[in-house]
Design a protein around this ligand. Sequence first.
Ligand code: PMP
Length: 330
Amino acid sequence: MATLPNTLALIGNTPLVFLKGPSDAAGAEIYGKCEFANPGASIKDRAALGIVEDAEARGQIAAGGTFVEGTAGNTGIGLALVANAKGYKTIIVMPETQSREKMDTLRALGAELVLVPAAPYSNPAHFVHTSRRIAEETPNAVWANQFDNIANRKAHITGTAEEIWAQMDGRIDGFTCAAGTGGTIAGVGMGLKAKDETVCIALSDPYGAALYNYYAHGELKAEGSSVAEGIGQGRITANLEGAPIDTQFRISDADGMGWVTRLLAEEGLCLGLSSGINVAGAVLLARHLGPGSRVATILCDTGFRYLSTLYNRGWLEAKGLAVPPWLASA
Ligand code: PMP
């Protein structure tokens, strides 16, 4: 096996693994892209690297500069790691309502944390607007702006989509995943369509998000709610503009958790809930495309990030979600 030239080269080139349970359930071949294998243990390392290198290419940041972002989760982790590897600093703005583990993780990686009270998006004190202001006021700083900076989806056009196409040997009938910023679904969708216009791109939307209704009926309208982190969008972000969505499914947390539990118990994969929702969507897409179809989806992040939630009996009970047998007495 060859060596890699530096730690940033660890981002991407993730394995694509055959998922037996979902494939059997659909009578098809379902494959999961192992994004938990990135250094920051999520899909967002790709977007973080793409955004940082785009700012460098545009001459927006000088040596020792600072990347600022409003995020509570995986993007902050990815940005902190990429910034460290390139000699930049990171300021992460998050609502003070976020979990203690997330604050501890970001501090542990070296990010400067700015906590703000939770506020609606329309309020200038919202964490996203606060992060933009801090970037404007900080010398030699760039606002990562993951929702509307299309360097995010470009990382998936040139990276994730190319890799999936090569790993599937160009024999792929469908792709599905959920949207947070929309960078993954739009970027992979555009990249795969450029190879083969007939690849079916499906959005798997959680409840509480507005995109299912938008693609199905042309109206941004949310119904219900979800506890899934990192996904669930209420507007057409710049990353979602022009996304080639052919069809859409709405997936409940219970169905997503069903696959999270089965993939751990039967296949030894410990994942977060967005991965479970993606796999549930992949089963629906494969059934829609017919017996023997070949479908890829994204395994977005590691379940180790959710020990106090998805893998905690008390939390699951409080949310009305099924408790796996091995946690019933834990
Ligand atoms: N799953 C998780 C756990 C995430 O953190 C994200 C990022 N927001 C996504 C899925 C969705 O990715 P994207 O932002 O590319 O739509």
